[in-house]
Design a protein around this ligand. Structure first.
Ligand code: PLP
Length: 402
């Protein structure tokens, strides 16, 4: 997506704006498919929460992907996008039994992550096959907020509780057809990930009727120059060998599943915003944009790095800037960044804006959430309109205070 095109899209669709490149999404998807091509039954389920725009979901449908959903609403969006229930896995955490029942009635694969619900669900619906989410207690990388496999994590059923799972299965007569783990985001070390898969293979051997093993995700993408990303090709080579061997021992060709979010969509997205004000203080030059953490929350929530470029003046002299938002709270997108000289009115482009960006946007400060555009086969498609004033009022109930 070249700079001129991006600038022209803000003229056409307004600012700030999210723009996604379908080609990049496809190529990331195909990288995993290629890396695991020696696995007979491979299934990728795109993690909807990364970016739940229905056109993005449709793109994944076209790629032959399934989807991973964490709420009944994501599941319904998936059905709306045309996925059949067999291509949907429901992997919530800490939701009510009622929500899981609702998902089961829609015919999707249920994944349960605690023994209390497992017992209740198994007693009520012993014939509905269920996958269990195991916590292998391995830290595969990432910061504490996004690591979900460690010992104190709220996610999954501890691998030490497998005997308890088996007792529940025996008592209820329920069927366990899958084993799952998701060790959290930002896997740096493939060997640590492989160590976690060993724990999962051991667990899988405890269950006789499996159809699949789901290794979750957390694949890392680069944010800045020199960043390492998960070496999918190496992982593919090593895990394929191990998985195929396991299937032989197990006596059945199981399906190998992953559920990547960030890896598939992060780099495909750009966030574009205009500079409202350039303000020189005693120590810093601030560039204030027409957006804030209401639209792009990751830097403020996770200290995550998004590379920022001035696409209106890409070849100017570089200077140091702090790029900040217009929210009435400190909302810094990047401090002390070397950016090509900024004038008021210039368009800044933020990288890695495809995952966990729009899907976390809010109306804080009563701002509209931005529009989204998908570039597909060389054409730009508006896939979400910018909100309008009526959207802010839509669900408010006006009462008479006289
Ligand atoms: C969020 C989530 C994912 C996706 O994680 P990424 O780091 O975006 O790849 C996969 N599985 C489950 C259960 C999740 O909650």
């Amino acid at each position: 997506m070249d700079n001129q095109l991006l600038v022209s899209l803000t003229e056409k669709h307004g600012s700030p704006l999210y723009v996604y490149d379908a080609e990049k999404i496809s190529s990331q998807y195909n990288r995993i498919i290629t890396a695991f091509s020696a696995v007979k039954n491979l299934k990728l389920n795109y993690a909807v929460k990364a970016n739940s725009n229905i056109s993005i979901l449709k793109l994944f449908k076209k790629l032959n992907s399934g989807i991973d959903t964490v709420s009944i609403q994501e599941l319904q969006l998936g059905l709306e996008a045309g996925f059949s229930p067999e291509d949907i896995i429901f992997t919530p955490n800490g939701v009510s039994l009622q929500e899981i029942e609702q998902a089961a009635k829609l015919g999707v694969q249920i994944n349960i992550d605690n023994i209390s619900i497992l017992e209740q669900f198994g007693s009520l619906y012993p014939t509905t096959p269920v996958c269990v989410r195991i916590n292998p207690h391995i830290m595969a990388g990432g910061n504490r907020k996004i690591s979900v496999g460690h010992i104190d994590s709220k996610f999954g059923i501890s691998v030490h509780q497998v005997p308890h799972i088996k007792r529940v299965v025996e008592n209820t007569g329920m069927l366990i057809n899958g084993i799952h783990m998701h060790t959290g985001s930002d896997i740096l070390d493939i060997d640590v990930f492989l160590a976690a898969t060993e724990i999962l293979f051991n667990t899988a051997n405890e269950f006789e009727n499996l159809d699949f093993i789901d290794f979750g995700s957390g694949f890392k993408v680069p944010y800045k120059e020199g960043d390492i990303s998960t070496n999918i090709e190496e992982l593919g080579e090593k895990l394929t060998k191990r998985f195929n061997l396991f299937c032989k021992e197990y006596g059945k060709e199981l399906t190998l599943m992953f559920e990547p979010g960030k890896f598939l969509v992060s780099e495909a997205g750009k966030f574009l915003a205009h500079v409202n004000v350039v303000k020189q203080t005693t120590s810093t030059v601030f560039a204030s944009i027409d957006s804030g953490f209401n639209h792009l929350g990751r830097p403020m929530m996770y200290d995550s790095y998004h590379h920022i470029q001035n696409i209106s003046n890409p070849n100017g002299r570089e200077r140091y800037y702090s790029v900040v938002g217009y929210i009435c709270e400190t909302d810094t997108f990047g401090s002390n960044r070397r950016i090509s000289e900024i004038k008021e009115g210039d368009v800044l482009s933020f990288n890695n804006a495809g995952a966990y960006c729009f899907s976390m946007a809010s109306n804080y400060n009563s701002r509209y959430r931005p529009a989204e555009v998908l570039i597909y086969n060389g054409k730009d498609y508006l896939i979400r309109k910018q909100e309008i004033f009526d959207d802010l009022l839509k669900n408010q109930v006006l009462i008479d205070l006289d």
